[in-house]
Ligand binder design. Structure first.
Ligand SMILES: NC(=O)c1ccc[n+]([C@@H]2O[C@H](COP(=O)([O-])OP(=O)(O)OC[C@H]3O[C@@H](n4cnc5c(N)ncnc54)[C@H](O)[C@@H]3O)[C@@H](O)[C@H]2O)c1
Ligand SMILES: O=P(O)(O)OC[C@@H](O)CO
Ligand SMILES: [Zn+2]
Length: 353
């Protein structure tokens, strides 16, 4: 008897393009979100976007609460929940990079309130996903949440953000290749829950981005358009799977471990990109796709070495040999690499010298 069932939650409105930041009040109105919003942002995105959006709301007679956050943590989520309750807000808007959006997403999920996402950087694929990503001691949680009701991605804002944020977003997408390889391996070896649609969408997203890599150049607004579409498509893949599996495999475990060993050394997307070069080698060896991943990253100015990440070789090796412990997610790393094997893969792929 067939007894399977699922809920796939997706955003209702995706508003993307030049100048759409001026439409946040209209977007909220169209969703019938009433009352007082709480904006979750961080210092630069506040200047770039949250304050101008607040001015729009004030002109419409609505007085938003604004909270700036610096890190993604359960404490930060708790602080937002407390503020939301104290200020009697009725919905949340995440305005900024991946951390601000993740915190707003998780707090709104807990509060059972509506949430909108306003990315100020095309740096990560959490813009529309139904997941939050939070470090917690020795582990890293992929927390179930609801996707935003609406996304407002202004390509002029995204194009003016520092270029490395966009290249990080590209690398987060390119890493989908190895995330899907890991997912298929886990399906074969451990019979994990698997969605061919989500896997195919994730891979196709990476294909399209790599196919358009020559259009992804600094200062060109079309780049922001191409990359933000890819980030949203990848987020939809996670929502279809109801898991970050289509976009997060061993390369993400490696990055999460780097975050523990060297906090804030490099951007999330850049770390997963370098991780992806090495885990592609582990999957396919010399004849696999690791060089294609390396060259795709190189072509969009994303780091391909530890030195370019600003992380020393020994830390890369420590992350590689320990990151399988970060969470219970089967990948090509199996029950862990030993130091000699880690040095071999990192050296042969040129990640370390
Ligand atoms: N939930 C998901 O599905 C998902 C997916 C991918 C990544 N993530 C998470 O997102 C985080 C990575 O996102 P990130 O790389 O955006 O990190 P981040 O949020 O720390 O942003 C990086 C920096 O860029 C700044 N910034 C943002 N917009 C800017 C602008 N327009 N101008 C100048 N500076 C700007 C931010 O303030 C921050 O200092 C990680 O915590 C990662 O785990 C979550
Ligand atoms: O579940 P995690 O590993 O945080 O992954 C989410 C996201 O970074 C995928 O690009
Ligand atoms: Zn990621």
């Amino acid at each position: 008897m067939f007894e399977k069932s699922t809920w796939i939650r997706l955003p209702r409105n995706v508003v993307v393009g030049h100048g759409v930041i001026d439409q946040v009040v209209d977007v909220v109105d169209e969703l019938h979100l009433q009352g007082r919003p709480l904006f979750v942002t961080s210092p630069t995105p506040r200047e770039v976007a949250a304050d101008p959006i607040a001015a729009q709301f004030e002109a419409a007679g609505i007085d938003p609460v604004i909270v700036t956050v610096e890190t993604a943590s359960f404490d930060a989520v708790e602080r937002i929940i407390e503020t939301a309750e104290a200020e009697e807000v009725t919905y949340l808007v995440g305005i900024g990079g991946g951390k601000a959006i993740d915190i707003a997403k998780m707090a709104s999920h807990h509060l059972e309130m509506g949430f909108c996402s306003v990315p100020t950087a095309a740096s990560h694929d959490g813009i529309v996903s139904n997941r939050g990503s939070v470090p917690d001691g020795d582990t890293r949680h992929s927390v179930a949440a609801k996707p935003p009701l609406a996304v407002v991605a202004d390509t002029s804002v995204l194009a003016q953000a520092p270029w490395e944020l966009t290249t990080a977003g590209c690398a987060d997408i390119i890493s989908n290749y190895t995330a899907v390889m890991d997912w298929r391996l886990a399906k074969r070896l451990k019979d994990v829950e698997y969605s061919e649609y989500a896997a195919a969408l994730s891979e196709m997203t990476a294909e399209i981005l790599v196919g358009n890599a020559d259009l992804v150049r600094p200062g060109i607004e079309e780049s922001a358009w191409i990359v933000s579409k890819a980030l949203m498509s990848s987020g939809v893949a996670m929502s279809i799977a109801d898991s970050s599996r289509p976009a997060s495999g061993a390369e993400h475990l490696f990055s999460h471990q780097l975050d523990r060993l060297e906090p804030d050394a490099a951007l999330h997307g850049h770390q997963v990109g370098v991780g992806s070069i090495m885990t592609a080698y582990l999957h396919g060896g010399e004849d696999g796709i690791w060089r294609d991943i390396h060259d795709a990253l190189d072509s969009i100015d994303a780091p391909t070495t530890a030195a370019e990440l600003g992380i020393d070789d020994e830390t890369v090796l420590e992350a590689l040999t320990t990151c399988h412990e970060i969470r219970d997610r089967y990948t090509v790393l199996g029950d862990g690499m030993n130091e000699r094997a880690a040095r071999e893969v990192a050296t042969v792929t040129g990640v370390i010298e």
